[in-house]
Design a protein around this ligand. Structure first.
Ligand SMILES: C[S@@+](CC[C@H](N)C(=O)[O-])C[C@H]1O[C@@H](n2cnc3c(N)ncnc32)[C@H](O)[C@@H]1O
Ligand code: SF4
Length: 360
């Protein structure tokens, strides 16, 4: 049996944030009807391939904390009735503090969620306003306290490198983030995406120099508090890496459900990009090698060559431009051993350049 994760995408939000280009809408929907269609899609994929063993489920968005805990439970129950699932399955959900009410977090836990990732974005009142977040700092802190108390496996998202942000401001937030006792932190540099309100307003992100300075600062502060950066933007205390996202970076299959979700799905020996509604597009061996290279180099430990062979079907060395690789090694941007290929600290800032040169 092949290991896979399941990604459940809920593309609705209470409001649209001005920096966000994720597939999400603000709309009134018949939630029960939609959940029925999610359950049908799960059955559809199970009938296409019944040879998966499910190790993780991830409810992402949009804002999946808008799904009622009863409906979350229905989805989890359906998955466990359809597939063979790991005993210690990781079941994550992204929550936005603006959806917190009554006993939301304990109800989610009761429904089967065992890892909660909270989208706080900033621990500074002015930043929250700048980012157009609809929750207050007080709501964020109250949600943080409930999440940390309710879930042993917990995470918080923060956005940094705001155009006016100083190293001092950011350091203060990092120190505060560590005090809350999260097991995992995701720190994203603000990117100004095309067609967002921020782009239309002509807002510029921080300069490359400032981004690099804040990036290094993040790693220094977090490592002094016991967090290891295991991926470009992700930090965890030992044993609390997000197993679902590791599955993407290491090239394991996943089933995508919901109209903004994609999947990587095997039918027989072929791997497909799957997307809504029930569409499949064959991925060529060349495309597959390229995506596994792009994903794998994001990991601090780099690409495990044995795993690459298992999930790609080809040898990593045969899929990379060996002449360019030697140049990148001589420039101190990458290291290549018999077992792995990984970026150096210097190369980590030049990921796109490395990929451009390594892809054959
Ligand atoms: C799919 S979003 C969902 C999170 C949830 N809806 C929320 O807003 O709290 C996942 C994360 O991506 C990050 N993100 C979204 N847009 C971004 C941008 N333009 N720049 C940097 N990070 C961004 C945020 O940290 C967010 O928590
Ligand atoms: S950042 Fe989160 S809440 Fe805001 S629009 Fe994007 S997905 Fe929705």
């Amino acid at each position: 049996m092949k290991r896979a994760g399941i990604y459940i995408h809920w593309p609705y939000c209470k409001s649209k944030c001005p920096y966000c280009d994720f597939f999400s809408r603000v709309a009134k929907v018949d939630q029960d009807e939609l959940i029925k269609s999610y359950l049908d899609d799960l059955i559809y994929y199970r009938n296409l391939n019944n040879n998966y063993h499910i190790s993780t489920i991830f409810f992402g968005g949009g804002t999946p904390s808008l799904i009622s805990p009863q409906n979350i439970e229905k989805i989890i129950d359906k998955i466990t009735s359809l597939w063979h699932c790991s005993e210690n399955m990781e079941i994550s959900l992204e929550a936005n503090p603006n959806t917190n009410h009554d006993n939301l977090f304990s109800d989610l836990k009761q429904a089967g969620i065992n890892r909660l990732s909270l989208g706080v974005q900033s621990l500074n009142k002015n930043d929250l306003k700048f980012l157009g977040r609809t929750h207050s700092l007080e709501q964020a802190v109250s949600s943080i306290e409930q999440v940390v108390k309710t879930f042993d496996n917990n995470s918080m998202d923060l956005i940094y490198a705001l155009p006016y942000q100083t190293a001092r401001d950011w350091k203060q937030q990092l120190e505060q983030a560590c005090q809350f006792g999260f097991k995992h932190l995701s720190l994203y540099q603000l990117t100004i995406e095309e067609n967002t309100v921020f782009a239309k307003r002509g807002i510029n992100g921080a300069s490359d120099e400032v981004c690099q300075e804040l990036y290094s600062l993040s790693e220094d502060v977090l490592s002094s508090h016991g967090y290891n950066r295991y991926e470009v933007s992700n930090y965890a205390q030992s044993g609390f890496e997000c197993r679902h996202n590791l599955g993407y970076w290491e090239g394991f299959d996943y089933i995508g459900i919901g109209n903004g979700a994609v999947g990587r799905f095997h039918i027989g020996k072929n791997i497909y990009n799957t997307f809504y509604p029930r569409q499949q597009e064959l991925i060529t061996p060349h495309e597959r090698a390229e995506e596994l290279l792009i994903m794998g180099l994001r990991l601090k430990k780099g690409i495990n060559k044995k795993l690459f062979r298992k999930n790609c079907g080809s040898e990593l060395d045969e899929c990379t431009n060996q002449e360019n690789l030697q140049k990148l090694i001589r420039s101190g941007l990458i290291t290549n051993t018999e077992t792995s290929l990984k970026t150096t600290a210097k190369g980590n800032f030049l990921l796109n350049y490395l990929i451009e040169n390594l892809v054959k």
